[in-house]
Design a protein around this ligand. Structure first.
Ligand SMILES: CCCCCCCCCC(=O)SCCNC(=O)CCNC(=O)[C@H](O)C(C)(C)COP(=O)(O)OP(=O)(O)OC[C@H]1O[C@@H](n2cnc3c(N)ncnc32)[C@H](O)[C@@H]1OP(=O)(O)O
Length: 156
């Protein structure tokens, strides 16, 4: 049966699909899935309860940064292709990597809760796309991130 392609990450070409956070071909990874929700992007994930950060009831900060990073990468690619007026396909999807990532940890993220990531396109300037991401659990913005994503040259 043919794969159903829906999420941004489903359109990454195979050679860009091995990321621990978002690669659909990384069987040990988190395989996050991001979608448009109006002008924002959204990803929902329920991390396993062994991703603990210090205390048993809070999520590891590195995981939080990874989720923000990967959701921002997908949002950057989807935003760029939207700007170009093209459809997402595995042939057309632009490849973005993270040049810079800042995370502001505002509140502990509870283990066991569903995490929602909401992305906003802050700027598109040629190959540079800046994405803001809120990480929300149980109605609280637990972390805010900003990522500068750069389109890799060989896909231009
Ligand atoms: C289909 C999508 C697939 C997505 C796959 C999943 C991605 C998951 C996200 C990740 O975790 S990626 C892994 C972590 N990131 C990396 O390993 C990237 C390592 N760094 C690089 O490969 C290069 O430094 C990079 C591609 C980011 C930039 O190299 P370039 O040679 O393309 O940059 P160039 O010198 O041409 O600069 C282009 C612009 O970006 C700016 N720039 C480059 N690096 C920067 C930086 N680090 N901070 C701020 N600005 C930066 C640079 O100043 C310039 O701005 P202007 O055009 O305005 O002059």
């Amino acid at each position: 049966m043919e794969d159903k392609l829906e999420a941004f990450q489903d359109f990454y070409p195979d050679d860009y699909s091995h990321c621990y956070g978002c690669g659909r071909l990384n069987e040990h990874g988190m395989q996050i899935k991001s979608y448009w929700d109006g002008e924002e992007s959204v990803c929902r994930i329920h991390p396993r309860d062994y991703y603990t950060g210090g205390m048993k009831h809070i999520v590891y900060g590195g995981l939080i940064a990874s989720l923000i990073d990967c959701h921002a990468a997908g949002t950057a690619a989807a935003a760029k292709i939207k700007e170009l007026g093209q459809e997402m396909t595995r042939e057309t999807m632009p490849r973005f990597v993270t040049a810079n990532l800042n995370v502001n940890f505002k509140a502990p993220t509870p283990i066991g809760a569903e995490i929602e990531l909401r992305g906003k396109v802050l700027e598109i300037k040629g190959r540079k796309v800046t994405i803001g991401v809120d990480l929300i659990a149980e109605g609280v913005v637990c972390a805010e991130g900003q990522a500068l994503m750069i389109q890799v040259k060989e896909t231009l």
